[in-house]
Design a protein around this ligand. Structure first.
Ligand code: AMP
Length: 540
């Protein structure tokens, strides 16, 4: 027997309509590329979102079209999230830190029709324009007075697209499984892979955030996402904040400790979200000034493991640390480590021990750990296995990439995270290692295989391997280990120049180690585990 309740599709645009009606004065504060601070409310934003949606319709955007953004965290980027998905198109956020090659790949793979960009990124687009689809239109996210000189033919001005458009809109109805957002993430093998979020998955994820982190996601709190809107939808904050009535403070492009401290301080931000590298910069500034930013009381740390010293530094200063784990493919939230009431009074040392784990699962995300043969392992806090997840906010396959999709699902449809973990009887997850061959530096991925392929093309290199090594600032950095060909002496500078030619600067290793041979596994593959161990013991 079926229930007799109405079925209304879950749609993203309903969030901004709801926020405008119920939290009209909830704020969006943005550090703008124009150099000033811009303030607006959910009520005003809903009007501008409607204007932008009309503007997009006028440009001929159809449901399902991919509309790309290359932009910092700011109110215009937020408006694009709602207007693009509101009319049934797909908001494709591009990471500006990608190499030119990767950016060209994803704009073409996504078949983007329009590219919205901040003025900062105009030079990048000018350089790559010839490699993008011919009919791609570019819209520069500023007003007429700040439009830069550009060689981009027919570039439009964002504010002119909105000018004169009606401030109200009847959002179209469509199936809640309609695609809404697209975000590419680095693959272990070469090309990035797209996660295609739906309206339904986005709303379910926003609900989950609100019930999981209720002390932060509530009416009147002020939240600063350092995590970029181009990185898994800033962990869902652009949806969960208006849904709960919280305000958002967007930092623009300046993410150094001093700029962040000043913004947190003047805007009385309660909670800030981002990767460990950013918080190390902020902590230096806090130590230098000898005080916390005014009103600051909570930090969400994710994207990489939060170092113990960082957790300790925040907690001893009275700032609650919520260590979280997730993935682009999971929308992203999987676990969070706010402590349950019965652990709140533990001695500080034990609380910090606990918070070093990635915490307990959120509603809607099932987790299992399995051995190499796929057999389930117990959640006993000791057994270590491959972590698989399943749920309504988790990808069911990469965008137009069956080849990359097949290997990441098991027979029962669970998604393989590529993380190695233990889960204890109380449900706390601890990530202990990574099986995917990637390096995460400052919150961004570097593919070991990409680096190795480039280095192997050098005539003096017989073999090579790239491993992740711990770094106090960037969490991890790539280390290149090279076996020279017999009678050859490849030069460090030559190899680094070869890499710099093909990759973004931050992806190039800082160091190369030359060895006579690489350790191998029983099946003859390079044993990166052994290499990492040798490095840790000073043996490289
Ligand atoms: P991304 O899709 O870029 O968000 O990266 C997701 C991956 O980052 C995960 O599969 C982990 O390997 C890593 N990661 C994210 N959060 C954490 C965390 N709190 N601790 C350890 N690794 C993490």
């Amino acid at each position: 027997m079926k229930g007799q309740m109405m079925h209304r599709p879950l749609k993203i645009a309903d969030i901004i309509t709801f926020a405008a009606a119920n939290y009209p004065n909830g704020e969006l504060v943005s550090v703008r590329t124009e150099g000033d601070i811009h303030r607006t409310t959910y009520r005003e934003t809903a009007h501008r979102v409607a204007q932008l949606a009309h503007g997009l319709n006028k440009l001929g955007v159809n449901p399902g079209d991919r509309i790309a953004t290359l932009a910092w965290n700011g109110y215009r980027h937020f408006e694009l999230y709602y207007a693009i998905s509101g009319i049934g198109a797909v908001c494709h956020t591009i990471n500006p830190r990608l190499s030119a090659e990767q950016m060209i790949y994803i704009v073409n793979h996504a078949k983007d029709r329009i590219l919205f960009c901040d003025t900062t990124f105009v030079p990048i687009i000018e350089k790559l324009r010839a490699h993008f689809p011919e009919d791609l239109r570019v819209v520069i996210m500023t007003d007429r007075a700040h439009m830069p000189e550009t060689s981009l033919e027919g570039a439009l001005c964002y504010e002119e697209l909105l000018d004169g458009q009606p401030q109200e809109i009847d959002w179209p109805d469509f199936d809640e499984n309609q695609a809404a957002g697209l975000c590419y993430t680095s693959g272990t093998t070469g090309n990035p892979k797209g996660t295609l979020f739906s309206h339904r998955s986005t709303l379910l994820h926003a609900f989950t955030l609100c019930i999981t982190i209720p002390k932060v996601l509530q009416e009147g709190t002020r939240i600063l996402p350092v995590v970029p809107l181009f990185h898994v939808n800033a962990w869902g904050l652009p949806y969960a904040a208006p849904l709960s009535g919280a305000s958002l403070i967007f930092p623009g492009g300046a993410l150094d400790g001093k700029s962040l401290f000043d913004l947190l301080d003047t805007e009385k931000v309660f909670s800030a979200w981002g990767v460990p590298t950013v918080w190390l910069g902020l902590m230096n500034e806090i130590n230098q000034r000898g005080r916390l930013p005014d009103g600051f009381g909570d930090v969400v740390i994710g994207g990489s493991a939060a170092p113990r010293t960082l957790i300790e530094a925040f907690e001893t200063k009275g700032v609650n640390v919520c260590h979280a784990w997730g993935m682009t493919e999971m929308s992203p939230l999987g676990t969070q480590c706010n402590l349950p009431p019965d652990m709140a009074d533990l001695p500080q040392e034990q609380r910090i021990d606990r918070k070093q784990s990635q915490g307990r699962g959120v509603f809607g995300v099932e987790m299992k750990i399995v051995d190499d043969a796929g057999n389930r392992m117990p959640h006993d806090g000791v057994s270590q296995g491959h972590l698989y997840v399943r749920g309504n906010t988790i990808t069911s396959g990469y965008f137009e990439d069956p080849e990359a999709s097949t290997p990441v699902f098991d027979r029962d449809g669970w998604f393989c995270t590529g993380d190695i973990a233990v889960i204890d009887p109380q449900g706390f997850l601890k990530i202990t290692d990574r099986s995917k061959d990637l390096i995460k530096s400052g919150g961004e991925w570097i593919s070991s295989l990409d680096l190795e392929n480039i280095v192997m093309s050098h005539p003096d290199v017989a073999n090579c391997a790239v491993i992740a090594v711990p770094d106090p600032k960037w969490d991890e950095r790539p280390l290149l280990v090279v076996v020279p060909r017999e009678d050859a002496q490849p030069q460090e500078d030559d190899l680094l120049a070869l890499l710099a030619d093909r990759l973004a600067k931050w992806q190039v290793p800082d160091e190369i180690v030359f060895v006579e041979q690489l350790p191998l596994t029983a099946t003859g593959k390079v044993s990166k585990l052994t290499l990492r161990k040798q490095h840790a013991e000073g043996g490289l």
